[in-house]
Design a protein around this ligand. Sequence first.
Ligand SMILES: Nc1ncnc2c1ncn2[C@@H]1O[C@H](COP(=O)(O)OP(=O)(O)O)[C@@H](O)[C@H]1O
Ligand SMILES: [Mg+2]
Length: 275
Amino acid sequence: MATDSARISENRGVGDGYAAGMSQREAEVLEALGAHLSNAQIAGRLHISVRTVESHVSSLLRKFGVADRRELADLAQTVLAPAAGRPAAPVGLPALWTSFVGRAPERDAILTALKTSRLVSLVGPGGVGKTRLAVEIAREAAPSYPSGCAFVDLVPVAEGFVTQAVAALLGVTEEPGQRLDTAVLDHLTEGRWLLVLDNCEHLLAVAAAFAERLLASCPGVTVLATSRERLAAGGERTVPRKPLSPPHDPEDAAEAADRAGEVRMHGTGSPNIDA
Ligand SMILES: Nc1ncnc2c1ncn2[C@@H]1O[C@H](COP(=O)(O)OP(=O)(O)O)[C@@H](O)[C@H]1O
Ligand SMILES: [Mg+2]
Protein backbone atom coordinates (compact mmCIF):
# COMPACT_ATOMS: atom_id res chain seq x y z
CA MET A 1 0.00 0.00 0.00
CA ALA A 2 2.71 2.46 1.01
CA THR A 3 4.53 1.65 -2.21
CA ASP A 4 1.38 2.32 -4.22
CA SER A 5 0.81 5.61 -2.44
CA ALA A 6 4.36 6.74 -3.08
CA ARG A 7 4.12 5.81 -6.74
CA ILE A 8 0.80 7.58 -7.20
CA SER A 9 2.00 10.65 -5.36
CA GLU A 10 5.07 10.82 -7.56
CA ASN A 11 2.88 10.57 -10.60
CA ARG A 12 1.15 13.80 -9.72
CA GLY A 13 3.81 16.15 -11.02
CA VAL A 14 3.45 19.83 -11.82
CA GLY A 15 1.22 20.21 -14.85
CA ASP A 16 0.09 16.59 -14.76
CA GLY A 17 -3.30 17.27 -13.22
CA TYR A 18 -4.28 14.39 -10.95
CA ALA A 19 -2.63 11.02 -10.47
CA ALA A 20 -3.65 8.03 -12.56
CA GLY A 21 -5.55 10.22 -15.02
CA MET A 22 -8.23 11.11 -12.47
CA SER A 23 -10.70 13.78 -13.52
CA GLN A 24 -11.40 16.71 -11.24
CA ARG A 25 -14.73 15.12 -10.27
CA GLU A 26 -13.08 11.80 -9.43
CA ALA A 27 -10.58 13.65 -7.28
CA GLU A 28 -13.48 15.19 -5.37
CA VAL A 29 -15.05 11.76 -4.89
CA LEU A 30 -11.71 10.41 -3.71
CA GLU A 31 -11.39 13.25 -1.24
CA ALA A 32 -14.85 12.42 0.12
CA LEU A 33 -13.91 8.74 0.37
CA GLY A 34 -10.88 9.82 2.37
CA ALA A 35 -13.30 11.54 4.76
CA HIS A 36 -15.18 8.20 5.00
CA LEU A 37 -18.42 9.54 3.59
CA SER A 38 -21.05 7.12 2.27
CA ASN A 39 -22.09 7.22 -1.39
CA ALA A 40 -25.29 9.00 -0.43
CA GLN A 41 -23.35 11.62 1.52
CA ILE A 42 -20.95 12.11 -1.38
CA ALA A 43 -23.87 12.49 -3.76
CA GLY A 44 -25.33 15.16 -1.49
CA ARG A 45 -22.05 17.00 -1.12
CA LEU A 46 -21.29 17.05 -4.83
CA HIS A 47 -24.88 17.50 -6.04
CA ILE A 48 -24.74 14.36 -8.17
CA SER A 49 -26.73 11.12 -8.14
CA VAL A 50 -25.73 8.07 -6.09
CA ARG A 51 -25.40 6.14 -9.35
CA THR A 52 -22.92 8.68 -10.62
CA VAL A 53 -20.96 8.37 -7.38
CA GLU A 54 -20.92 4.58 -7.80
CA SER A 55 -19.59 4.92 -11.30
CA HIS A 56 -16.84 7.31 -10.13
CA VAL A 57 -15.90 4.90 -7.35
CA SER A 58 -15.67 1.99 -9.82
CA SER A 59 -13.53 4.09 -12.09
CA LEU A 60 -11.24 5.05 -9.19
CA LEU A 61 -10.87 1.39 -8.15
CA ARG A 62 -9.89 0.55 -11.71
CA LYS A 63 -7.51 3.48 -12.17
CA PHE A 64 -5.63 2.85 -8.93
CA GLY A 65 -5.84 -0.94 -9.15
CA VAL A 66 -7.13 -1.35 -5.58
CA ALA A 67 -9.75 -3.73 -4.24
CA ASP A 68 -12.18 -1.66 -2.23
CA ARG A 69 -13.18 1.80 -1.02
CA ARG A 70 -11.26 1.43 2.19
CA GLU A 71 -8.05 1.24 0.18
CA LEU A 72 -9.16 4.26 -1.80
CA ALA A 73 -9.74 6.13 1.46
CA ASP A 74 -6.20 5.23 2.54
CA LEU A 75 -4.83 6.53 -0.74
CA ALA A 76 -6.76 9.77 -0.70
CA GLN A 77 -4.47 11.84 1.45
CA THR A 78 -1.28 10.94 -0.34
CA VAL A 79 -2.73 11.18 -3.78
CA LEU A 80 -4.47 14.50 -3.31
CA ALA A 81 -1.70 16.29 -1.42
CA PRO A 82 0.33 18.48 -3.74
CA ALA A 83 3.73 16.94 -4.43
CA ALA A 84 6.07 17.88 -1.58
CA GLY A 85 7.34 21.43 -1.93
CA ARG A 86 5.58 21.96 -5.24
CA PRO A 87 2.24 23.69 -5.59
CA ALA A 88 -0.25 22.33 -8.12
CA ALA A 89 0.32 23.97 -11.49
CA PRO A 90 -2.36 26.00 -13.24
CA VAL A 91 -4.20 24.19 -16.04
CA GLY A 92 -4.46 25.61 -19.54
CA LEU A 93 -1.32 27.74 -19.53
CA PRO A 94 -0.15 28.49 -23.07
CA ALA A 95 3.23 27.20 -24.17
CA LEU A 96 5.76 30.03 -24.08
CA TRP A 97 8.83 30.34 -26.19
CA THR A 98 10.46 33.30 -24.50
CA SER A 99 11.39 33.97 -20.91
CA PHE A 100 9.59 36.69 -19.00
CA VAL A 101 11.39 40.00 -19.01
CA GLY A 102 11.05 42.81 -16.48
CA ARG A 103 7.83 44.30 -15.12
CA ALA A 104 8.18 42.84 -11.64
CA PRO A 105 6.58 45.91 -9.99
CA GLU A 106 3.57 45.62 -12.31
CA ARG A 107 3.28 41.91 -11.61
CA ASP A 108 3.49 42.49 -7.86
CA ALA A 109 0.83 45.21 -8.04
CA ILE A 110 -1.57 42.82 -9.72
CA LEU A 111 -0.78 40.03 -7.26
CA THR A 112 -1.63 42.49 -4.48
CA ALA A 113 -4.83 43.61 -6.24
CA LEU A 114 -5.96 39.97 -6.47
CA LYS A 115 -5.75 39.70 -2.69
CA THR A 116 -8.37 42.41 -2.18
CA SER A 117 -10.44 42.35 -5.39
CA ARG A 118 -12.14 39.26 -6.74
CA LEU A 119 -12.26 40.59 -10.30
CA VAL A 120 -9.15 42.25 -11.66
CA SER A 121 -8.87 43.26 -15.31
CA LEU A 122 -5.51 43.76 -16.92
CA VAL A 123 -6.29 46.20 -19.69
CA GLY A 124 -4.20 47.58 -22.54
CA PRO A 125 -3.73 47.60 -26.28
CA GLY A 126 -2.98 44.45 -28.25
CA GLY A 127 0.60 43.20 -28.12
CA VAL A 128 1.48 45.12 -24.97
CA GLY A 129 2.11 41.95 -22.94
CA LYS A 130 -1.14 41.34 -21.05
CA THR A 131 -1.30 37.61 -21.75
CA ARG A 132 2.39 37.17 -20.98
CA LEU A 133 2.00 38.97 -17.67
CA ALA A 134 -1.16 37.00 -16.82
CA VAL A 135 0.77 33.75 -17.30
CA GLU A 136 3.42 34.89 -14.84
CA ILE A 137 0.76 35.97 -12.38
CA ALA A 138 -1.09 32.65 -12.67
CA ARG A 139 2.11 30.78 -11.91
CA GLU A 140 2.98 33.01 -8.96
CA ALA A 141 -0.51 33.09 -7.53
CA ALA A 142 -1.40 29.41 -7.97
CA PRO A 143 -0.26 28.35 -4.48
CA SER A 144 -2.77 30.76 -2.95
CA TYR A 145 -5.61 28.93 -4.73
CA PRO A 146 -5.36 25.34 -3.52
CA SER A 147 -8.53 24.18 -5.26
CA GLY A 148 -7.12 25.09 -8.63
CA CYS A 149 -6.08 27.70 -11.13
CA ALA A 150 -7.37 27.61 -14.70
CA PHE A 151 -6.09 29.75 -17.56
CA VAL A 152 -8.79 30.07 -20.20
CA ASP A 153 -7.66 31.39 -23.58
CA LEU A 154 -10.75 32.98 -25.07
CA VAL A 155 -9.24 33.76 -28.48
CA PRO A 156 -10.71 30.65 -30.15
CA VAL A 157 -13.93 30.83 -28.14
CA ALA A 158 -17.07 32.18 -29.81
CA GLU A 159 -19.62 34.25 -27.96
CA GLY A 160 -21.94 31.90 -26.09
CA PHE A 161 -19.25 29.25 -25.52
CA VAL A 162 -17.39 30.72 -22.56
CA THR A 163 -19.00 28.28 -20.13
CA GLN A 164 -18.10 25.33 -22.37
CA ALA A 165 -14.49 26.49 -22.54
CA VAL A 166 -14.24 26.80 -18.76
CA ALA A 167 -16.01 23.47 -18.19
CA ALA A 168 -13.72 21.66 -20.60
CA LEU A 169 -10.64 22.98 -18.86
CA LEU A 170 -11.95 22.03 -15.43
CA GLY A 171 -13.18 18.62 -16.57
CA VAL A 172 -16.76 19.52 -15.58
CA THR A 173 -19.68 17.81 -17.27
CA GLU A 174 -23.35 18.31 -16.57
CA GLU A 175 -25.52 15.64 -14.96
CA PRO A 176 -28.63 14.55 -16.85
CA GLY A 177 -31.12 17.38 -16.66
CA GLN A 178 -28.55 19.82 -15.34
CA ARG A 179 -27.41 22.92 -17.19
CA LEU A 180 -23.71 23.15 -17.87
CA ASP A 181 -23.42 26.60 -16.31
CA THR A 182 -25.01 25.25 -13.13
CA ALA A 183 -22.53 22.36 -13.13
CA VAL A 184 -19.63 24.80 -13.47
CA LEU A 185 -20.92 27.02 -10.67
CA ASP A 186 -21.49 23.95 -8.46
CA HIS A 187 -17.98 22.80 -9.16
CA LEU A 188 -16.49 26.15 -8.15
CA THR A 189 -18.77 26.84 -5.24
CA GLU A 190 -16.40 25.48 -2.60
CA GLY A 191 -12.71 26.05 -2.15
CA ARG A 192 -10.40 28.75 -3.49
CA TRP A 193 -10.00 29.06 -7.23
CA LEU A 194 -8.29 31.44 -9.62
CA LEU A 195 -9.76 31.72 -13.07
CA VAL A 196 -7.83 33.66 -15.71
CA LEU A 197 -10.05 34.76 -18.60
CA ASP A 198 -7.47 35.73 -21.20
CA ASN A 199 -8.25 37.90 -24.22
CA CYS A 200 -11.82 38.93 -23.37
CA GLU A 201 -12.00 41.79 -25.86
CA HIS A 202 -14.17 40.07 -28.46
CA LEU A 203 -16.83 38.97 -25.96
CA LEU A 204 -16.81 41.67 -23.31
CA ALA A 205 -20.47 41.46 -22.33
CA VAL A 206 -20.47 37.65 -22.12
CA ALA A 207 -17.25 37.58 -20.12
CA ALA A 208 -18.61 40.27 -17.80
CA ALA A 209 -21.84 38.36 -17.22
CA PHE A 210 -19.95 35.12 -16.63
CA ALA A 211 -17.57 36.77 -14.16
CA GLU A 212 -20.44 38.43 -12.32
CA ARG A 213 -22.25 35.09 -11.92
CA LEU A 214 -19.09 33.45 -10.65
CA LEU A 215 -18.47 36.17 -8.12
CA ALA A 216 -22.05 36.06 -6.91
CA SER A 217 -22.31 32.26 -6.65
CA CYS A 218 -18.80 31.14 -5.73
CA PRO A 219 -17.31 33.02 -2.79
CA GLY A 220 -13.87 31.45 -3.17
CA VAL A 221 -13.38 32.33 -6.84
CA THR A 222 -11.14 35.16 -7.98
CA VAL A 223 -11.06 36.19 -11.64
CA LEU A 224 -8.20 37.79 -13.52
CA ALA A 225 -9.26 39.01 -16.96
CA THR A 226 -7.09 40.38 -19.73
CA SER A 227 -8.68 42.56 -22.33
CA ARG A 228 -8.15 45.53 -24.60
CA GLU A 229 -11.09 47.18 -22.85
CA ARG A 230 -12.42 46.77 -19.35
CA LEU A 231 -15.31 44.34 -18.93
CA ALA A 232 -17.49 46.91 -17.19
CA ALA A 233 -18.56 44.23 -14.71
CA GLY A 234 -19.69 44.95 -11.16
CA GLY A 235 -16.81 44.98 -8.68
CA GLU A 236 -14.18 45.05 -11.42
CA ARG A 237 -10.81 46.54 -10.61
CA THR A 238 -8.98 47.70 -13.70
CA VAL A 239 -5.20 47.70 -13.91
CA PRO A 240 -3.74 49.27 -17.03
CA ARG A 241 -0.92 47.42 -18.76
CA LYS A 242 1.20 50.28 -19.91
CA PRO A 243 2.61 50.17 -23.42
CA LEU A 244 6.36 50.27 -23.75
CA SER A 245 7.56 53.82 -23.48
CA PRO A 246 11.02 55.01 -24.49
CA PRO A 247 13.08 53.21 -21.84
CA HIS A 248 13.98 55.30 -18.86
CA ASP A 249 14.27 52.62 -16.21
CA PRO A 250 16.32 49.42 -16.30
CA GLU A 251 13.23 47.18 -16.29
CA ASP A 252 11.77 48.85 -19.35
CA ALA A 253 15.17 48.94 -21.01
CA ALA A 254 15.60 45.17 -20.59
CA GLU A 255 12.12 44.50 -21.86
CA ALA A 256 12.50 46.87 -24.76
CA ALA A 257 15.74 45.21 -25.81
CA ASP A 258 14.18 41.77 -25.62
CA ARG A 259 11.10 42.81 -27.56
CA ALA A 260 12.77 45.11 -30.08
CA GLY A 261 11.21 43.24 -32.98
CA GLU A 262 7.81 43.46 -31.33
CA VAL A 263 8.13 47.19 -30.76
CA ARG A 264 9.05 47.76 -34.38
CA MET A 265 6.05 45.78 -35.49
CA HIS A 266 3.55 47.57 -33.29
CA GLY A 267 5.07 51.04 -33.09
CA THR A 268 5.50 52.98 -29.87
CA GLY A 269 2.50 55.28 -29.91
CA SER A 270 0.92 55.49 -26.50
CA PRO A 271 -2.83 54.92 -26.43
CA ASN A 272 -4.85 56.86 -23.95
CA ILE A 273 -4.89 54.72 -20.80
CA ASP A 274 -5.27 55.85 -17.24
CA ALA A 275 -2.13 55.45 -15.19
N1 LIG B 1 7.39 40.83 -20.21
C1 LIG B 1 7.59 40.11 -21.32
N2 LIG B 1 8.66 39.31 -21.45
C2 LIG B 1 8.87 38.61 -22.56
N3 LIG B 1 8.07 38.61 -23.63
C3 LIG B 1 6.97 39.37 -23.59
C4 LIG B 1 6.67 40.15 -22.43
N4 LIG B 1 5.51 40.82 -22.65
C5 LIG B 1 5.12 40.44 -23.88
N5 LIG B 1 5.98 39.59 -24.44
C6 LIG B 1 5.85 39.00 -25.77
O1 LIG B 1 5.25 40.00 -26.61
C7 LIG B 1 4.25 39.41 -27.43
C8 LIG B 1 2.89 40.03 -27.18
O2 LIG B 1 2.52 39.80 -25.82
P1 LIG B 1 1.06 39.36 -25.37
O3 LIG B 1 1.15 39.02 -23.93
O4 LIG B 1 0.48 38.34 -26.27
O5 LIG B 1 0.27 40.73 -25.58
P2 LIG B 1 -1.28 41.03 -25.36
O6 LIG B 1 -1.86 39.92 -24.57
O7 LIG B 1 -1.28 42.35 -24.61
O8 LIG B 1 -1.86 41.16 -26.72
C9 LIG B 1 4.27 37.91 -27.15
O9 LIG B 1 5.10 37.28 -28.08
C10 LIG B 1 4.87 37.84 -25.76
O10 LIG B 1 5.51 36.59 -25.53
MG1 LIG C 1 -3.45 38.66 -25.04
